[in-house]
Design a protein around this ligand. Structure first.
Ligand SMILES: [Zn+2]
Length: 151
């Protein structure tokens, strides 16, 4: 019973990770600045570790490429967990309000909820043009789900 839940949990985590990974690809690998800062700190820690390894440590006998990969290990882990645990998606939606598919290329583009009472709950594009395909949006208002399906 408990084992079943653990398998289910693992499957859900993997499915979520795939979703977050595809979202990251669809947003053209967008990352907030602080993610790069965290990765840079990771890189600095890696460099510091490498500089402080004794001469008889296994890494000291490796090639320069292996040493470079060792230093890049921590930044890679930072990006890996940031993207696969949904940090990238949360940061994207926080940064741009929310995202809707572009009517032309279907890639996610930033949108925000209208504060106006007559259009309450409606979304509008944050930018005039699609950041991916460069198409200009006919109106700033995002079509509803039904309108998008209809054509
Ligand atoms: Zn587009």
């Amino acid at each position: 019973m408990l084992k079943g839940f653990r398998i289910l949990h693992a499957v859900l985590l993997i499915l979520a990770a795939i979703g977050f990974l595809t979202f990251w690809v669809r947003t053209r690998f967008w990352l907030p600045k602080y993610a790069h800062l965290l990765a840079a700190i990771g890189g600095a820690v890696g460099l510091w570790c490498l500089a402080n390894t004794p001469d008889d440590a296994p890494i000291s006998k490796q090639s320069a490429i292996a040493k470079l990969l060792f230093v890049l290990g921590l930044p890679a882990i930072v990006y890996f967990f940031f993207v696969l645990y949904g940090g990238q998606r949360a940061a994207y939606e926080r940064h741009f309000g929310t995202s809707v598919p572009c009517p032309y290329c279907k890639l996610p583009v930033p949108a925000r909820h209208n504060p106006n009472s007559t259009t309450d709950g409606k979304l509008s594009y944050t930018e005039r043009k699609c950041r991916h395909c460069g198409q200009t949006f006919e109106s700033q208002r995002v079509p509803d789900e039904a309108e998008r399906r209809g054509g």
